[in-house]
Design a protein. Structure first.
Ligand SMILES: [Fe+2]
Length: 298
């Protein structure tokens, strides 16, 4: 079964991936339900798996102060004790009380439409297997550490939680409008690699950054990448790299700004973005256009 090519799914870009390779996803899709969710296979975890989780968690946790946004730092403890891979049900219980979200197990990457449908129901899919020790520093597909540590804490924030649901609903609509590639850029540059400007300075809120050992510090403090003020249409015209640290980040002023900027119907937005791309082309990562507001490191 090729899980990347069911009906209506844009095969070019998947918003949940770090790049779709030629080899099939490693998860066992035979145990997944029709909506791609599956029970967390807790029995599969070895002591080595728990140890990998603990080491990853410890490494990231000590990096958070001064680099991660406060909302994330406050919520990360909601994941429970860091010494073992947590039970999804226990986190869901706390999350449900906080923002009405739950997390559900999945065997790995799932098709876009299935992903959007889950988000629209306030169910966040979490891969239930963990990387091998050899993949400690880099794993191609999202694993349980990326999905839990990177994504779940901000689901405890009410505004961000609403944004994620709206993204899912927007994704279902984008599938019908054949606009998934443009919408995937929004996911990439916010949910995965977003930066937020705070009174204390720039901070990370994107899961791809927060779960990365090297990119967390790079994204906030390096003078190499460009950091451009969030602008929806500009962002949708922007290409991104999946194989290196990002050359560009988009910076929001608040989660409220992000929610409000993405609340309107995207139908005319997609049209305008496509027209603009037709006239002026897409924008490569790392480029700053004349007159654009940018942010300095830190
Ligand atoms: Fe992710």
């Amino acid at each position: 079964m090729d899980i990347r090519s069911p009906k209506g799914v844009n095969q070019g870009v998947a918003p949940v991936t770090y790049g779709t390779g030629s080899r099939p996803p490693r998860g066992d899709y035979g145990r997944a339900r029709s909506d791609y969710t599956c029970a967390q296979d807790f029995a599969q975890y070895s002591e080595a798996d728990h140890q990998t989780y603990r080491r990853l968690y410890e490494r990231q946790l000590q990096q958070l102060p001064g680099l991660a946004c406060e909302e994330f730092i406050t919520a990360v403890q909601q994941l429970g004790a860091p010494d073992r891979i947590p039970h999804f049900d226990a986190i869901s219980e706390r999350l449900m009380k906080a923002t009405g979200w739950q997390i559900v197990g999945v065997p790995g990457l799932i098709p876009e439409e299935a992903f959007f449908a889950l988000l629209a129901e306030r169910r966040f899919p979490v891969t239930d297997w963990i990387r091998t020790p050899e993949e400690f520093d880099y794993v191609v597909e999202p694993d349980v550490f990326h999905d839990l540590f990177g994504h779940v804490p901000l689901l405890f924030n009410p505004v961000f939680a609403d944004y994620m649901q709206a993204y899912g609903a927007g994704g279902l609509k984008a599938s019908r409008l054949d606009a998934c590639e443009l919408l995937a850029r929004l996911y990439w540059y916010t949910v995965e690699f977003g930066l937020i400007h705070t009174p204390q300075g720039l901070r990370a809120y994107g899961a791809g950054i927060l779960s990365s050992a090297g990119e967390l510090r790079y994204s906030v403090t390096s003078s190499e990448p460009q950091r451009v003020a969030f602008d929806l249409q500009r962002l949708m015209r922007s290409r991104y790299r999946i194989d290196t640290f990002q050359a560009s980040y988009f910076v929001i002023e608040s989660f409220q700004q992000l929610f409000e900027a993405t609340a309107p119907d995207f139908t005319p937005v997609y049209r305008e973005v496509r027209e603009r791309i037709g006239r002026e082309g897409e924008i490569e990562a790392g480029i700053v256009l004349p007159g654009e507001r940018t942010y300095a490191a830190g």
